[in-house]
Write a new protein. Structure first.
Length: 322
């Protein structure tokens, strides 16, 4: 009888999850176009004037989010004068990947590189947040011709002590992870999502309506939650492998992070050593600012992006004259 009750409960939760996914995908539909790449398909929102001078701006979100987390505070405003490419990382938002194991910065960087080639983006300034800091650094190493500049917001760059949460490890485990993701994750996550998001913003307040405007609930769909778990679980080893190459990054870099108030990604472990070893890096540490730098200081971030674009344009003009 106990076994029958457990099976019945799981079946009910699975039906609730399916209904929840149906509602989520109609509440937060895709806003851009799908670009097919090897191993997946990337959802891209391409905004701003196509004939804008200078490099385009490519914006890439971190873990547990999607491209809307970069569009809201920054992308829309930058698109008033620049071409802005917002990308859902593989497996997130409305992007798909064929394998959950395609979770590392090098693999996702290859997929984004292919998409940018198809979009005709010769070079761009990359604006990356959190998990995508490791991705931006890897793309600057692997595709230096594509990365004209790099603006990193509270980036992950190095191995860190501790883990990424036991639940993520369980979800990334075959069979049991699939079962949990398709039964309890969405109902439970719906109850906990707002509190979790508020914690990432601290000590700043989360903007009213952020969860809805950023389409954050899409994360609770089983396939995306599993992909996100793999991204988090596999990241430490990935940055351990790529970190010794950082001195070879040739693009100009600006790193903007909070001080010790960021309890999600340590500035001392990641931003400070990264900026110290990269030849053309500038570090800005903001007092009393948490992990969501783009929301806490959007004017500063936009001014640094504009300044980088201004520095890059004369150099490219001189190179063309030669």
């Amino acid at each position: 009888m106990i076994l029958t009750g457990v099976v019945a409960a799981l079946a009910i939760l699975a039906l609730i999850t399916q209904a929840g996914v149906f509602l989520l995908e109609r509440t937060y539909p895709a806003q851009g176009k799908i670009v097919e790449v090897a191993g997946g398909a990337l959802h891209v929102v391409d905004i701003g004037p196509r004939d804008a001078t200078g490099p385009a701006i490519v914006m890439i979100h971190g873990a547990s989010s999607n491209l809307e987390s970069m569009r809201q505070p920054l992308g829309g405003r930058l698109a008033e004068k620049h071409r802005v490419i917002l990308i859902d990382r593989p497996g997130h938002g409305w992007s798909a990947r064929a394998r959950n194991e395609d979770s590392t910065p090098d693999t996702q960087g290859r997929m984004i590189e292919e998409a940018l080639e198809k979009l005709g983006i010769v070079s761009a300034v990359f604006v990356v947040h959190s998990w995508a800091g490791a991705l931006g650094a890897r793309m600057a190493l692997d595709y230096p011709q594509r990365v004209a500049g790099l603006v990193m917001l509270a980036p992950v760059a190095y191995p860190w002590p501790g883990g990424v949460g036991q639940y993520n490890r369980i979800i990334s485990t075959p069979v049991i992870g699939w079962l949990l993701a398709h039964t309890i994750t969405l109902p439970l996550g719906t109850l906990l999502a707002e509190a979790g998001a508020r914690g990432v913003f601290l000590p700043q307040m989360m903007p009213d309506g952020f969860i809805q405007r950023s389409a954050t609930p899409l994360l609770l769909r089983p396939h995306e939650f599993i992909a996100n778990a793999h991204d988090l679980v596999d990241l430490k080893e990935a940055v351990r492998e790529q970190a010794p190459r950082y001195a070879g990054i040739s693009a100009p870099v600006v790193v903007i992070s909070g001080d010790g108030a960021d309890k999600t990604v340590s500035t001392s472990i990641h931003s400070r050593p990264f900026a110290a070893i990269v030849p053309n890096a500038k570090l800005i540490v903001l007092p009393d600012v948490g992990h969501m730098v783009q929301h806490a200081a959007p004017e500063l971030v936009i001014s640094e992006i504009e300044a980088m674009l201004g520095r890059i344009a004369p150099g490219r003009a001189a190179a063309a004259e030669r």
